[in-house]
Structures are given as C-alpha cells and as structure tokens.
Ligand binder design. Sequence first.
Ligand code: NAP
Length: 248
Amino acid sequence: MSLLKGKTALITGGSRGIGAAIVSRYAEEGADVAFTYLSSEEKANALAKELAGKHGVKAMAYRSDASDFAQAAELVKAVLAEFGKIDILVNNAGITRDNLMLRMSEEQWDQVINTNLKSVFNLTKHIARPMLKARAGSIINISSIVGITGNAGQANYAASKAGIFGFTKSIAKEIGSRGIRCNAVAPGFIETEMTEALDEKTKENYFSNIPMKRFGTGKEVADACVFLGSDLSTYVSGQTLSVCGALS
Ligand code: NAP
C-alpha cells in the first residue's frame, strides 16, 4: 500500500515501542521518515537503515530532546534542510514517573509535564510556520486514555495527557482555516517492553477490565496514525481517536 507516498513525516520518540511502530508503518506506506530518540542511538540508526533498505524511502534518526524548546527548533530546521518539507508531525515521545501525589516530587511532576506536554508545544510551534506556508499539514498528538479516565499514581502523566486534548482542539481551531489538521490518538494498554515484563496473572487482571480482553499492539496505534496522517482523513480535525479495545 502507499497511503503516504510523497509525504514526509517527523515522529518524536521513534526508536522504541509505539513510536517505532509508527515510523515502520509510515515507511511501509511510502512516507519518508525523520524520527527522534533520546538515548537509544544504536536502535534508532538500525531502524532507519532497515526501513530505507526495505521500503526504498528516506529514513533518518536524530538525537533531540523533545522537552527542550531550542532543540526542537534545531530539529525542525535540520529536517527541513534534509527532507525539504514536513507534511506530518507525530508527537509521540513520552515518559512515566509514577507515584502517589502525596509522594510525588516536583522533579517527577516537571519531567513528565515537560516531556509529554511541553514537547507537543515545542514541536508544533516550530513546525507551524512551514506548514502554514505550505497551507497543508497533519499534526497527530499521542495522548492516552489515562488523560480521559485519570489513574491513581499517575496524576502527572494523566495531567500531561489531558493537556494534550485541550492543546489539540485549540490548534485545530487556530490554524484549521490554513489547511492544517490537528488530532489526538488515545491508546489504552499497548504491548511494549514494559507490558512484556508482566507475568501472566497480572496480565489476566488487566485483561479482565478490557472489553476486548487483550492489550493492543503498536501496529494498531500506528494504523490509526496512518489514517490521520493520510488523505483518508482530510475533514477530520480537532478529534481524539481512542485505540483502547473499548476500555474508555
Ligand atoms: P517507550 O517504549 O518507553 O518509548 C518512548 C520513546 O520516546 C522512546 O523512543 C524514547 O527514546 C523517546 N523519548 C523519551 N523521552 C524523550 C525525549 N525527552 N525526547 C525525545 N524522545 C524521547 O514508550 P511507549 O510505550 O512506546 O509510548 C509512546 C507514547 O505512547 C507515549 O507518549 C506514551 O505516553 C503513549 N502511550 C503508551 C501506552 C502504552 O501502553 N505503552 C498507552 C497509552 C499511551 P529513547 O529510546 O532514546 O529512550
């Protein structure tokens, strides 16, 4: 398939997990992909090499801290210089620093808000001008169902993910008239390195609360991002697409 042929995408946090699945699906659909990592340099470069070889697309990994405003500016500049344009931005980079609120440190709060929410502002801010000039673009922000439901022990994470919904709707309203769309994706429990480490009993406990009785896969989240990045969704903006097996 080539739903994204001719498009260039920038994806934050593409070295592992859901981000790597999005990078891979985008390349499979014919997009040129630029993606970032923070510490997994080897993994990121290996993925870029594999995708370029397998799909004949341009694929490059960049070390860039999404929580840093200046680094986001440098990144957008470098990607535009190398790829010529950015049609799709996927704000995926995210972390957890779980703790009950009474025990949560200021550092745990700041790290999560800066990496999960400020990053979305950083990248969107710097990509908006080139997209405005092109009068086209799709911005996809990876939130979480925890941003809708809340979760004990994750007040920082839930607040960062809920903030993404307000930001997404506002951006869709601010620059929709210029042909730029902005949507959020809200994954439920997704199989990642973290969930792989859980024992069967714990997994069964989680499954009992999920109507579809299983975790989702990175590919299933990536498929939603293909839809929102592609011309299949040209009148979809300011929305949240939950990928959660009916959990929320
Ligand atoms: P993950 O496996 O831990 O991967 C996180 C990715 O983000 C890695 O590529 C990491 O780079 C990168 N990253 C972390 N901090 C960064 C920073 N400051 N700047 C740039 N990149 C950074 O996480 P995941 O489970 O795939 O989650 C991806 C997104 O989906 C997150 O926003 C998460 O909140 C959301 N989500 C996940 C689930 C789930 O069940 N897994 C559910 C709902 C929502 P390095 O490899 O270099 O560390």
